[in-house]
Ligand binder design. Structure first.
Ligand SMILES: [Zn+2]
Length: 202
């Protein structure tokens, strides 16, 4: 394989979810595709780090403004309720919740979850920044939307414990059966939680 092709494939293989074979296929495609595509792609990638930053307030992805500050679209939206704060582990989770259209408050992205097994302790989570945000915005409710996994639950418990003394109500997203899913195929934990977390009509 020509050296530039091998190098492109090596770099592509470092992307999440891209294996060696897929990376080779991408590199070959780009090497033989219409010339505009690899050039535009290269330019877009190079500009990414110059123009996109985590939002200074919440950690969501944001475009860097002329004043050198990055504030995301959610934080700029004055119709959002600043007293409802949704805590998520990753930006991808924030985007997924935004797609649901069900969140009318703002966000705080932790960046990582507590993981006793992988040795990620509480001191590696931005708990102080979260507390500061809750105080500064006089947040009334903190909705913890970390995933329903061992790490996600451990993180949620930590947040509930740390924020308790601040007076904000700490809530947790419900977990249940996926829409359109069959009860027969739901796992026991999910089905058990759906029953425990049942709600009245209306
Ligand atoms: Zn933001």
């Amino acid at each position: 394989m020509p050296e530039p092709l091998a190098r492109a494939a090596q770099l592509l293989a470092r992307l999440p979810g891209v294996g060696e074979k897929t990376a080779q296929r991408f590199a070959l495609f780009l090497a033989t595709a219409d010339e505009a595509l690899p050039r535009e792609l290269g330019q877009a990638l190079a500009e990414l780090r110059d123009h996109v930053r985590p939002c200074a307030r919440c950690g969501n992805i944001a475009e860097l403004a002329a004043d050198g500050l990055a504030t995301c679209a959610v934080c700029q939206d004055s119709r959002r309720d600043p007293r409802l704060l949704c805590v998520v582990g990753r930006v991808q989770d924030l985007l997924a919740i935004e797609r649901s259209g069900a969140m009318r408050g703002r966000y705080f992205v932790l960046g990582r979850l507590l993981s006793p097994l992988e040795g990620v302790g509480a001191e590696e989570l931005p708990i102080d920044a979260l507390k500061e945000r809750v105080r500064a915005d006089q947040v009334a409710e903190v909705l913890v939307a970390t995933p329903p996994s061992v790490d996600g639950e451990a993180t949620a418990l930590l947040i509930a414990r740390e924020l308790g003394p601040l007076g904000a109500r700490v809530t947790r997203i419900a977990s249940g059966v996926p829409h359109g899913g069959d009860l027969e195929f739901a796992d026991q934990v999910t089905l058990g939680r759906a029953i425990e977390g049942r709600k009245s009509f209306g």
